[in-house]
Design a binder for this molecule. Sequence first.
Ligand code: PGA
Length: 250
Amino acid sequence: MAQKHILVGNWKMNLGPAKAMEMAAHFLPLAKNLQKSEIWVTPPFTSIAAVTDVLKGSKIRVGAQNVHWAESGAFTGEVSVAMLRECGCSYAITGHSERRHVFGETSELVAKRTLGALKSGLCVILCVGEKLDERENGATLEVIKAQLAPVLKELTPELAKNLVLAYEPVWAIGTGKVAAIKDIEETHQGIIGHWQKSCAAPCPPILYGGSVDPDNATAILKVQGVGGCLIGGASIHPEKFPKLVAIAEQ
Ligand code: PGA
């Protein structure tokens, strides 16, 4: 059977515990009878426990928007794998473009987060993607290779089993601009080709992200090499997210 498409909702800094519980309860029925897709939701840290409570026993996975590699200690503002697990998280996102470009996280720092979480047994969605000027200069794949490099340096096939990649062109995030289908396909194939040359493990699923919504999801999910979508705005929309799930189930 074909690999299931993974639909990951990135709720970003939206929905405190009370509103997040309402949203989770609204999405709960979507998890029944899923055949071709999986649903993962990623609330802000403070809403994670409330959301896992609502989704307990369902197939919807709950994750975090970032993670630190140390077990505990003097790391103000950070959260460890053990803490996330205790709240019911089974994965974390690392290297989201907002972390890289708004908060200045370097690829080396992102790699520490990614490898640390993987070594602790957490599943990780590692995000990569180019800025507009980089795309216009034809540097997309070079940028992505550089973002992957510090992770690939230490990644073992065992650790790679728990890794998912997300390709998100920075200029397409939250802007309503979606990459052209041929560019999505070319970039995903480029990542797969690079991965096969650089790592003994099979290439992980690669999600596409950036202004995914019900109007463009059908075409995006058909692209060879797209393993699902990382969805921001539409993932906290009470009608759009269920529509996306219906599209993935078609
Ligand atoms: P968007 O966000 O769907 O709102 O563009 C995607 C993301 O940031 O992961």
